[in-house]
Design a protein around this ligand. Structure first.
Ligand code: ADP
Ligand code: MG
Length: 562
């Protein structure tokens, strides 16, 4: 028997589980069942694709046993199992990217933190919320040695050799005194129904069954008394929800499935279930979460899309499955038309996969467009959380730029509420066909009051006011929308009326001396000082020469976070 220390991050998570999380403990069942299901997925694929596993029997099932005397809850699977190295790596450390960020994000607030836990999916360690001792017995498919991993969740775990018939993993949790509820069959069953009803494998549990008394023919005399018997029953539907026809799935079922695949206890904002038939057959079920995942702006964000090939799980760690500007999506892509032994490299250049991706993106964008028109309140919620991520598509997805632009909500100088570009262009000068915009990383109110907008206000021309940091980077790359040109306010040219021309000359004459004095006073701090009649309300404005190398350098440094 050997003792090992948990890695620091794992220890921190464990401490959290043991000492500070008291709400929503039931999710530990969801997490362990999800791991069992993942282990079955992995073995399923190997058995189908790898000769090494051709003699391994794949009898997928998950068994749950509650023992009231011993106060233990056991979850057992016939999946891939773990060898010594797997145990050391998987149940002693947290390899997951973003662990640090997760730990830093914790607020100390019970409710918020348990939501974060759900998002982060810290999985296995969740069992220490309810157990003071956990034993994992496991044997990897195709290998001979079985192992017993034991821990009380306090700093260290033990590892020793043991024996076991067949491959798979059994997790025995010794429950804390006040966690008896998790020994009640009906309670466990209801948790399974809530979170794991539609994982693709059956979950079994012993259930008490009432057997009525046997009566004689006249129904008067009791030949055998009534009794209860234990019967092993499947307690989930195990039907891979995405394969069921839309009309046969209830909203609650969709929501429950979201909880199991997104490891979230929050309801999704919406979902899109689509079955495509034709040259390429595939099914997609995409969810939009109601809250942005906390790692959304991290380079090492976790993807939320699982790829299945004819119900066999392939990967959930492939960033190319959907474009990055849709990285908030959670869900499933399943197709019969991909080869089972598809590798990562093949996946990226696979024509079928590309087709699925293209059509899926179009579908998601059109569903969003529908939502923006039919349910603006819901769309506002979506936009608040994900608008800026979606916006990234304006430069990364040229093909769909117009559609993405139509999903943006813009502030303008003339309206107090945001407008969509389709409505904005209705009021545009049909001769010029120019959409003017101003960008700047400042408050909306400040930007709306920018001196650069005065000549537009004077002409009563509306302008898009873009005050997000990403706007300053993205919009200069967006040059047109349909037959309209997008023009930054600094580049807008208007025909001057006779009156304006006269005024310009007047101003120049009057202030020539003053401009000179300004230039002398400011010296090299400015390139030049000029007079203008473009400003109507403000005395001065700073004008930037975008071609100026120092300006461009400053912008680049800013983008690099300097
Ligand atoms: P995640 O599932 O997100 O990877 P977990 O903490 O839930 O994180 O699990 C950690 C790892 O432990 C898994 O990735 C898997 O490799 C391993 N593991 C956990 N439970 C099982 C199991 N029942 N069978 C095989 N491997 C498992
Ligand atoms: Mg897990």
């Amino acid at each position: 028997m050997a003792k090992h220390q948990f890695q620091t991050e794992a220890n921190q998570i464990l401490n959290l589980m043991i000492h500070s999380l008291y709400s929503n403990k039931e999710i530990f069942i969801r997490e362990l069942v999800s791991n069992a299901s993942d282990a079955l997925d992995k073995l399923n694929m190997l058995v189908l694709t790898d000769d090494k596993y051709k003699d391994v029997a794949f009898n997928p099932r998950i068994d749950i046993v509650a023992n009231k005397e011993a106060k233990t809850l056991t979850i057992k699977d016939s999946g891939i199992g773990m060898n010594e190295e797997d145990l050391m790596n998987n149940l002693g450390t947290i390899a997951k990217s973003g662990t640090k960020a997760f730990l830093e994000n914790l607020s100390g607030d019970q409710k918020e933190d348990s939501n974060l836990i759900g998002q982060f999916g810290v999985g296995f360690y969740a069992c220490f919320m309810v157990a003071h001792k956990v034993e994992v017995t496991t044997k990897k498919a195709g290998e001979d040695q079985a192992f017993l991993w034991t821990s009380e969740g306090t700093g260290e775990f033990e590892l020793e050799n043991t024996t076991q018939d067949g491959h798979g993993t059994t997790i025995v949790m010794h429950l804390n005194d006040d966690e008896d509820e998790f020994l009640e069959t009906y309670r466990v069953e209801s948790i399974i129904k809530k979170y794991s009803n539609h994982i693709p494998f059956p979950i079994f549990m012993d259930k008490e069954k009432h057997i009525p008394a046997v009566m004689d023919d006249e129904g008067k005399e009791e030949l055998e008394p009534s009794r209860t018997e234990m019967e092993n029953e499947q307690i989930n539907r195990a039907n891979a929800l995405w394969t069921i026809a839309k009309k046969d799935v209830t909203d609650d079922e969709y929501k429950d499935f979201y909880s199991s695949i997104a490891h979230s206890s929050e309801e999704p904002l919406t979902w899109m279930h689509n079955k495509a038939e034709g040259a390429v057959e595939y099914t997609t079920l995409f969810y939009i979460p109601s809250k942005a995942p906390m790692d959304m702006y991290r380079v090492d964000y976790q993807t939320g899309i699982k790829l299945y090939i004819n119900r066999v799980f392939i990967t959930d760690d492939e960033k190319e499955l959907m474009p990055t500007y849709l990285r908030f999506l959670r869900g499933v892509i399943d197709s019969k038309d991909l080869p089972l032994n598809v590798s990562r490299e093949i996946l990226q250049s696979n024509a079928v996969m590309n087709k699925i991706q293209k059509s899926s993106v179009k579908k998601v964008l059109s569903e969003l467009a529908k939502m923006s028109k039919k349910d603006s309140a819901k769309y506002d919620e979506f936009y608040k959380e994900f608008g800026n991520v979606l916006k990234e598509g304006l430069y990364s997805d040229f093909e769909n730029r117009e559609k993405i632009l139509e999903l943006m909500k813009f502030n303008t100088i003339n309206s107090d509420e945001t407008v969509m570009i389709e409505d904005f262009v209705k009021n545009i000068d049909e001769e010029k066909k120019e959409i003017y915009y101003i960008t700047g990383k400042t408050s909306l109110a400040m930007l709306k009051n920018s001196p650069a907008l005065e000549r537009f206000k004077a002409r009563n021309i509306d302008v898009l006011v873009l005050n997000e940091e990403v706007d300053t980077i993205i919009f200069p790359m967006v040059t047109d929308y349909k037959e309209y040109k997008l023009v930054p306010v600094a580049d807008a040219k208007f025909e001057e009326s006779e009156e304006e021309k006269k005024a310009e000359e007047e101003v120049a004459k009057t202030y020539e001396g003053l401009a000179k004095e300004f230039k002398e006073a400011l010296g090299d701090a400015v390139k030049s000082v000029e007079t203008t009649s473009e400003l109507t309300d403000s005395p001065v404005a700073i004008k930037i020469d975008k071609e100026d190398p120092t300006y461009m350098m400053a912008q680049m440094m800013k983008q690099m976070g300097q």
